[in-house]
Ligand binder design. Structure first.
Ligand code: ACM
Ligand code: ZN
Length: 538
């Protein structure tokens, strides 16, 4: 449906352009917006942003107007005032942000951006669309950052055009960050969120607990961070850190103002050695344990036969629910060795009492209990595809990482899916076979930008109805080999640009040479912003 609208729009644009003759002279290459908007048509002339330009925003859009003013101040050095309509607003030199019930086909995240020599009009049905339009607007300006004042010899101008845009996957355009293997500051997490915003992602999956560190303050169980947030690395150094609840709220609000939902991940029943170091009685053996300083899959997992395990985890989730207003809570569920459960009296007794067939069904029992708890608090559970084993919990959404098989199976069961296969979307894997590449020791094979860009989130074997269950896609950034902010930037830039286009732009717009040319333009933006990246041509 959307594709036929796009085709129709393109045909109409051609008719208009043919009729108008020279108006179409502007080469498409002139703008380098990523992700590629669904439709662009060019007019005549340019709008020039000057020190006298004014932003006029509807009342509900004042905060976005302010955000746009800050973005533009960053690139131009001008401090543009933000006014409401009707104030003595000038008639020209205005960037106008407005809410508008139509047009019908752009959805709640779409926008229409009209640039003429006289002014800019950005309208959308809902604030999210206006926000995305601001990101487009920012990318239409030259790739420079002002050092406090407008740069000499730069014209801050935008070609006259009309962009009508809307995302292909409105529900889940995700990026993940593991802050447990290595810890990242609040400031860096905000910078990460800013990068997501720039490329119109709407979901930040925040991996907060692991064998190697528990990173979120839980008031009722302080040892989770007093003990669980700190490890002794192999070189003897103490390493760690955690986010206080105030910091978590600050990050969630920061993301919210950028139309990004934060999905916290609290891992269970595996990847939980840090929690078990704090509370060893929740393991099958009783411990003692140390917060791990080794990577890989650990055999120590929560005891599924012990009621206290569920008491702790529901206490934790109750506090997590208070901090994260989004719909989804991620509970991990991946890589759970069954060794301890096989030889644990309590776990075996649980299997018997509940009439479970084996340890896989015990894992399913575990996740189902948590699913029931979350559903009772108005939240949806999402977990890695191992949660399919032994039976999928009724409310669960599946994040397919071991390829697409899990996602396909879940969609065929009529269940929601986020595609995140390691074949294309593990951004901790290296980007090339270049031995000079930063951090190239990790990942069995390279995932270059072109491979990311080739990813299609909807598997061909799904029917149209089943395909509706593919909410979108997400890339993951596990940080075992990644210790610094610059290294995280290097791993996601430019690969997240490829993913942004996969999840935002129309399927039939995929065009590697065109995308590559635009990416190269974005390298100049990264340079201007002081970001570290890997040039995919190296
Ligand atoms: C995973 O990579 N273990 C989800
Ligand atoms: Zn047990």
């Amino acid at each position: 449906m959307r594709q036929s609208v796009t085709v129709l729009t393109a045909l109409l644009a051609m008719v208009v352009l043919v009729a108008a003759g020279p108006l179409s002279a502007e080469p498409a290459r002139e703008i380098s917006v990523i992700p590629q908007p669904q439709s662009v048509s060019y007019g005549e002339g340019r709008f020039v942003v000057t020190a006298d330009t004014v932003i006029v925003a509807d009342d509900e859009l004042q905060a976005i107007g302010q955000y746009l003013s800050e973005l533009l101040s960053g690139s131009t050095g001008y401090e543009l005032p933000v006014r409401t309509p009707g104030d003595d607003a000038p008639v020209s030199g205005v960037i106008r942000l407005g809410l508008n019930p139509g047009p019908e086909d752009i959805g709640d995240q779409g926008y229409v951006l009209t640039v003429s020599q006289a002014g800019i009009d950005l309208s959308a049905k809902a604030p999210a669309g206006v926000f995305y339009g601001c990101q487009t607007l920012r990318q239409l300006l030259p790739a420079v950052q002002a050092q406090g004042q407008a740069a000499d010899g730069v014209e801050y101008s935008i070609p006259a055009l009309e962009i009508r845009d809307t995302p292909r996957f409105p529900q889940w355009r995700g990026m993940h960050l593991d802050t447990s293997r290595h810890f990242f500051s609040v400031d860096f997490v905000k910078q990460y969120i800013d990068l997501l915003a720039m490329y119109k992602f709407n979901t930040f999956h925040w991996h907060l607990t692991e064998d190697q560190g528990w990173r979120i303050q839980i008031n009722k169980h302080p040892l989770l961070t007093d003990i669980g947030a700190w490890r002794t690395d192999k070189d003897g150094n103490r390493y760690g850190g955690f986010y206080t609840q105030d910091q978590v709220r600050e990050i969630v609000a920061y993301a919210q103002s950028r139309f990004i939902t934060v999905v916290p991940e609290i891992e269970m029943p595996g990847h939980s050695v840090a929690a078990l170091a704090a509370y060893p009685h929740l393991s099958c053996t009783g411990g003692p344990f140390e917060v791990s300083n080794k990577w890989g899959v650990h055999k120590e997992v929560y005891c599924a036969g012990n009621e206290q395990t569920f008491e702790l985890l529901t206490d934790v989730l109750a506090e997590v629910i208070e901090m994260f207003p989004g719909e989804y809570i991620h509970v991990g569920g991946d890589e759970v060795p069954k060794d301890r459960w096989e030889s644990c009296e309590k776990c075996q007794s649980r299997i018997k009492v509940e009439g479970l067939a084996d340890e896989h069904e015990l894992q399913s029992y575990f996740i189902k209990r948590i699913d029931t708890f979350l559903a009772g608090h108005g939240k949806k559970l999402v977990g890695w595809d191992e949660i399919l084993e032994g039976g999928l919990a009724p409310g669960a959404t599946v994040m397919s990482w071991r390829g697409e098989k899990g996602g396909i199976a879940a969609a065929k069961m009529g269940r929601d899916v986020v595609m995140s296969p390691y074949s294309h979307l593990y951004f901790d894997f290296k980007q090339s076979d270049d031995p000079e590449e930063m951090g190239a020791t990790w990942g069995g094979y390279p995932i270059p930008l072109k491979l990311v860009y080739s990813y299609e989130p909807v598997p061909a074997e799904l029917s149209e109805d089943e395909a509706q269950h593919i909410l979108g896609a997400q890339a993951n950034v596990w940080t075992e080999p990644i210790e610094t902010p610059e290294h995280v930037q290097y791993m996601i830039l430019p690969r997240m640009l490829g993913l942004s286009e996969v999840v935002w732009s129309a399927k039939d717009q995929r065009d590697w040479p065109g995308f590559e040319a635009r990416v190269i333009e974005h390298y100049r933006r990264f340079d201007a912003l002081g970001l570290t990246y890997r040039d995919h041509r190296d």
